[in-house]
Design a protein around this ligand. Structure first.
Ligand code: SF4
Length: 476
């Protein structure tokens, strides 16, 4: 699957080393004469391919020999010492994703409009991004060096798209031959070396559901706790993905799958002590079934894959309403757990950050979200309006850009928002944070966030649920 939060891939040959993008003032790096644009090629004689290598090769060390290619073409050999734990004061270029070599039946890239911006066609398959951001890889084209690197640098956990443990089915889904689809030895190598795995299954009706799904989940669960969890998310078909081998996910299919998986979940909870296999929120919503309890999700191991997000939201929002109702009551924390944000991830600067919403006199505005989440959000917001006096309105935005059965909030585009601009009410509009690229103020259809703002008569804020809750609390 493509990942919206990483730098688009480039195909040109890359020069050795990692490029410095920022040198902190008065830092050790500045003292050494390092500058933006310089490339660190080696640390203590070992090649540096990216900032993960740099971190790994400098961790715990106090004496270094840096080989640096300066922007003016000079090569510097710098010997230095630092205090234990002293920061260099360096920021580096982001990792350029490695591309996958699959032809997955359901690949989202096939569901893009032809004129979609190039970064939407990036097929990343990168174990570094899996570790840093929780992107899934299939391991089908991973090299021996990459396998060794995962183990040597402890790039754990890894998120792996398994889809099916039956080799024929997996090969069919990935569009590769069985030899390439076979990751049994690779998985075992990682597991034997203490690397934790979170598995994903993109559920395609009539291909890897039913008995196939049961086999896959049982096979994966047999490796628990080394395979920590399995997420089952439904295939998403846009109006452009018209492959006849794919069948639409219907409400009836969702209900049947929930029933089947519930039996296994019960068994896993009894034998393993955890639910282990989690169905994506979308399956419950489409099936019109109740979202499982907080306990069901444990520590939300795959929340960023849309597994448990709704439960997490409902619980956080429930606490918020209580807090607003009785301002003096002690509310421990409204923080939404998000275990996939790895502490080692270097997050790009958020250029889309907004401020100033707190200064609104009243909370009278419109929240735009996807059609799937809108009824749930609307119900909660009405409760909030009733207790807080706010006048918030939730507006379900149809996804006309991708079409098909795409109705999640995160895939809404600039033109989808513009299409409902005449229906907004109040002093401001809130759009889902993840509809804006994390390192650039641009939406999925290529519209600049600033251009979107110009089309609305009131300010637009891109907030996630946590920020939205903080905004409400600031007002009460
Ligand atoms: S082809 Fe498969 S592995 Fe590659 S990006 Fe698409 S879905 Fe992911």
């Amino acid at each position: 699957m493509y990942e919206f939060a990483v730098t688009p891939a480039v195909t040109q040959l890359r020069r050795a080393g990692v490029i410095i993008t920022e040198v902190a003032p008065e830092s050790l790096a500045e003292e050494l004469g390092l500058e933006t644009g310089d490339r660190i090629v080696k640390v203590n004689g070992r090649s540096v391919r990216d900032y993960l290598d740099f971190r790994f090769q400098t961790a715990g060390e106090t004496e270094f020999d840096f080989l640096v290619k300066k922007t003016n073409g000079e090569t510097w050999d710098i010997e230095l010492e630092r205090e234990e734990g002293e920061d260099f004061g360096l920021m580096f270029e982001q990792i350029v994703p490695r591309q996958c070599a699959n032809e997955c039946l359901f690949c989202f890239c096939k569901g893009n409009p032809e004129d979609a911006r190039p970064s939407l066609f990036v097929r990343d398959e990168d174990i570094r991004l899996s570790f840093l951001y929780g992107n899934y890889t299939t391991l089908s084209s991973i090299t021996d060096d990459e396998m060794k690197r995962i183990v040597e640098q402890r790039l754990s956990p890894q998120y792996v798209s398994v889809h099916a443990t039956d080799l024929k089915t997996r090969a069919y889904l990935l569009g590769v031959d069985e030899k390439r689809a076979d990751i049994f030895d690779k998985l075992n190598f990682l597991l034997d070396n203490g690397i934790e795995i979170h598995a994903q299954i993109v559920l395609c009706p009539e291909i890897n559901d039913g008995a196939q799904l049961e086999k896959t989940l049982r096979d994966l669960a047999s490796h628990y706790p080394r395979i920590v969890s399995a997420a089952i998310v439904p295939v998403a078909l846009t109006r452009y993905n018209t492959d006849e081998r794919l069948t639409k996910v219907t409400p009836e299919f969702c209900r049947r799958t929930i029933k089947e998986v519930e039996k296994l979940q019960k068994e896993f909870r009894k034998n393993l002590g955890v639910t282990f296999a989690f169905l994506g929120d979308e399956i419950y919503l489409k099936g019109g079934m109740e979202i499982p309890s907080r306990r069901h999700y444990g520590n939300y191991p795959q929340i960023e894959d849309g597994v448990g997000m709704i439960r997490s939201f409902l619980n956080s929002f429930g606490k918020l309403i209580k807090k607003v109702q009785s301002p003096k009551s002690e509310v421990q924390s409204l923080a939404i757990e998000n275990v996939r944000t790895h502490k080692l991830a270097i997050k790009p600067k958020n250029k889309t950050q907004n401020s100033g919403l707190k200064t609104q006199d009243s909370l009278f505005g419109t929240i735009l979200t996807g059609e799937m989440f809108a009824p749930i959000l609307s119900e909660q917001v009405e409760k909030l309006n009733a207790v807080s006096g706010s006048k918030l309105k939730v507006l379900a935005v149809p996804n006309t850009y991708f079409g098909g059965d795409v109705s999640v909030a995160g895939l809404l585009t600039g033109q989808d928002f513009v299409a409902v601009k005449d229906k907004i009410e109040g002093d401001f509009v809130i759009i889902p944070k993840h509809t804006i690229k994390s390192d650039e103020p641009i939406l999925l259809d290529g519209m600049q966030f600033d251009d979107l703002k110009k089309q609305f008569p009131v300010p637009i804020y891109n907030l996630d649920i946590q920020e939205f809750i903080e905004m409400i609390l600031a007002e009460n």
